[in-house]
Write a protein that binds this ligand. Structure first.
Ligand code: HEM
Length: 287
């Protein structure tokens, strides 16, 4: 990593395994050296200090959307590319890209599924699924934790919540991986082609499923989103598709890596598992 104090810029390759394997010493150094810095590799200004980030996230001057302020040409943004049309169509209604009031409207429609009472109802099924998955590990005597545990459990849970049949789990993972690669550093033509193809297939699959649920609603989240009606306001077909894709992708991608990192932290820190879970139980009781 190299600092240029005069321009407050940093050279740091985000693909360097030494950095992403353990970014925290680098972040410490950046915070000490210049907490507001231009990251040359990304081509953007970044903020590393708690107070700055806290202020920026709360300041309504900043946000996800910008095209209501100035046009693409004025901002020097490239025009949308036809080879990403299907991917962009899903992104256009994604909660991740919206500001209130459009954001609030979509959030309200799905909030019900994430209140603790609803989430608690999932516990017995998740426990059964987790035990059945772990029980298979003993046969081989070794396990690749991400593939065998961290990936299948969240995708299965989020698909069940939405009402996507379990036989799609494998396909969902493939579509999701291809789409999520678009959020990573430095995409190329192949990544874009894969992401757009995945978005197209994913949307087509959900269109069929939504039509089925319109004919015969069940108690899953897709049926709930279809029938949600706030004073005559309903989600459009495009919003239903975007929100379902986001929930399926967001619902497992972050959880997979959180599980992997958590197990790594437990193993590396030699934590006593008994006391760890005793602490978790007492925190829950206190809440
Ligand atoms: C440990 C696991 C998870 C982590 C670390 C995580 C992390 C995050 C972060 C950092 C954001 C904000 C992204 C941004 O605004 O740029 C976010 C948003 C979101 N996450 Fe997660 N997430 C996790 C699990 C989940 C699960 C299980 C679901 C769904 C079942 C989910 C659904 C969402 C949704 C819908 C948003 C957008 C919210 C909004 O804009 O209102 N996430 N998540």
């Amino acid at each position: 990593m190299k600092f240029d104090r005069k321009t407050r810029s940093v050279d740091l390759n985000p693909r360097d395994p030494e950095f992403y394997g353990n970014p925290y010493p680098y972040y410490d150094a950046i915070r000490k050296e210049c907490p507001a810095f231009y990251w040359n590799d990304y081509g953007m200004w970044c903020f590393a200090g708690f107070d700055d980030v806290n202020r920026l996230l709360r300041d309504k001057c900043f946000g996800r959307q910008i095209l209501h302020v100035a046009t693409r040409e004025e901002l020097g943004m490239p025009a949308p590319r036809p080879q990403l049309a299907d991917f962009d169509a899903i992104e256009a209604h994604s909660l991740l890209e919206l500001e209130p009031p459009a954001h609030t409207r979509l959030r309200v429609m799905i909030n019900r599924a994430f209140v603790s009472r609803q989430v608690e109802k999932l516990r017995p099924d998740i426990e059964t699924l987790t035990h059945a998955t772990i029980d298979r590990f003993a046969e081989d005597g070794k396990v690749e934790l991400i593939k065998a545990f961290a990936e299948p459990i969240p995708v299965s849970v989020i698909a069940r919540m939405l009402g996507v049949p379990q036989e799609f789990n494998h396909q969902l993972l493939d579509w999701s991986h291809k789409m999520v690669r678009m959020y990573m550093f430095d995409t190329d033509d192949e990544i874009e082609r894969d992401a757009n193809g995945a978005a197209q297939e994913f949307a087509a699959c959900l269109t069929e499923l939504i039509a089925e649920r319109r004919r015969k609603p069940t108690d899953d989240l897709i049926s709930h989103m279809i029938t949600s009606d706030r004073g005559g306001d309903r989600l459009s077909e495009d919003e239903l598709i975007s929100t379902s894709v986001l929930l399926l992708n967001a619902g497992h991608e972050a959880t997979v890596h959180q599980t992997g990192n958590a197990v790594k932290a437990i193993l590396e820190n030699n934590l006593d598992h008994g006391s760890l879970f005793a602490d978790a139980a007492s925190t829950e009781a206190a809440i």
